[in-house]
Design a protein around this ligand. Structure first.
Ligand code: PLP
Ligand code: SF4
Length: 335
């Protein structure tokens, strides 16, 4: 019942009422006994909307959704090889607010804000304030795209691009649609899982009317993130003519079992979403405890290939700086 009331609220209310207090979160989940092991960071603080918390199990300290958001003491441990900017992104933006790493597509960080703070996030140390597109940056971005005719797709990312108002988002869509070379606009967003009500009618109407093909790549790591209401919203996105894909991150203790991955793919497909990427963790400082070793990832992948139809097996990739695509893991060569 409480769950029902939370998720009926307007998305911006849900966004502003997100939990930022460790004590409140643990109290809702009846996990006060965990308090001593929890770390309270000064930057990239705890942030989780209540509707997402409602998908967690009461009293379960190893709930796969809780583990994605609850800061752990282990974040403070300095581990060799885990750095602030693992993808060297701070050096790959020719124009403020834009990354051009792969030939045919550019990625725009239209906001630094996210509805939820995922502890493994590779952008947790990214300097958004220095990289936000300001009003004149938009013009620079347009000029850059025009000067690079091989760009036919623009990815709106962040932060989370659905964290901005429809008005701001539609302004970006208008701009991109006015460029004849752009055939596809892609949204990389976690909001459909975190606050499904973000997928409001105005947004879906606007997407369905676009001149461009619209692709929405959601970010769901565990089947429990998709409850009935979420599935219903995702189906509406599909009905609006949007191609729905998922990218997940392989996370130790969260989704690194064959059961977890099979259930994730099946739940996604039941909601109209196809698996796209399964990312090996980017080696970002503070996230080493989520990293499963490469051999284990590849063993898991072989098991997935044997368990699922080909279209439900995501590509297992690692992102490396200075590579012209997300690099497939070499499943035939591992120790
Ligand atoms: C992930 C990413 C893309 C998209 O890559 P696809 O393989 O097309 O999904 C584009 N640009 C940047 C900078 C990225 O990190
Ligand atoms: S929603 Fe995406 S960008 Fe935001 S914290 Fe989570 S993983 Fe990072």
């Amino acid at each position: 019942m409480i769950n029902h009331l939370i998720t009926q609220k307007n998305w911006q209310t849900q966004l502003s009422e997100a939990i930022t207090s460790v004590d409140e979160l643990l109290s809702i989940l009846q996990l006060e006994s965990m308090r001593a092991g929890v770390y309270v960071p000064k930057h990239f603080v705890l942030r989780v909307p209540r509707g997402f918390v409602a998908k967690m199990a009461i009293g379960d300290c190893s709930d796969p959704l809780l583990k994605q958001v609850l800061p752990d003491q282990q974040e403070q441990i300095n581990v060799t090889g885990y750095v602030a900017d693992p993808l060297s992104e701070n050096t790959q933006n020719p124009v403020k607010g834009m990354l051009h790493k792969y030939q045919s597509r550019v990625l725009l960080t239209i906001t630094g804000a996210c509805a939820i703070h995922c502890r493994y996030c590779f952008r947790q140390h990214f300097d958004y304030s220095a990289n936000m597109p300001t009003a004149d940056a938009k013009e620079h971005i347009i000029n850059y795209i025009k000067a690079n005719p091989e760009v036919n797709e623009v990815i709106l990312s962040g932060g989370d691009p659905l964290n901005v108002t429809n008005r701001r988002l539609f302004a970006w869509l208008d701009t991109l649609e006015s460029l004849p070379q752009i055939t596809t606009v892609r949204l990389h967003t976690r909001l459909p899982l975190v606050i499904p009500a973000r997928l409001d009618t105005a947004l879906l109407d606007r997407l369905s009317q676009s001149r461009c093909r619209i692709v929405m790549v959601i970010h769901c790591n565990h089947a429990n993130e998709i409850d009935e209401l979420t599935a219903e919203y995702l189906q509406r996105v599909r009905v609006a003519g949007v191609t729905l894909l998922n990218q997940a991150v392989l996370l130790k203790g969260i989704n690194d079992t064959i059961d977890a991955q099979v259930q994730l793919s099946q739940r996604l497909f039941a909601s109209g979403v196809l698996p796209y990427y399964l990312h090996v963790l980017d080696k970002v400082a503070g996230a080493a405890h989520f990293d499963s070793n490469e051999g284990a990832a590849i063993d898991l992948y072989w098991a997935l290939l044997a368990s699922l139809p080909g279209y439900l097996v995501p590509k297992l990739v690692r992102e490396l700086p200075n590579k012209p695509f997300k690099v497939p893991m070499d499943i035939y060569n591992h120790s």
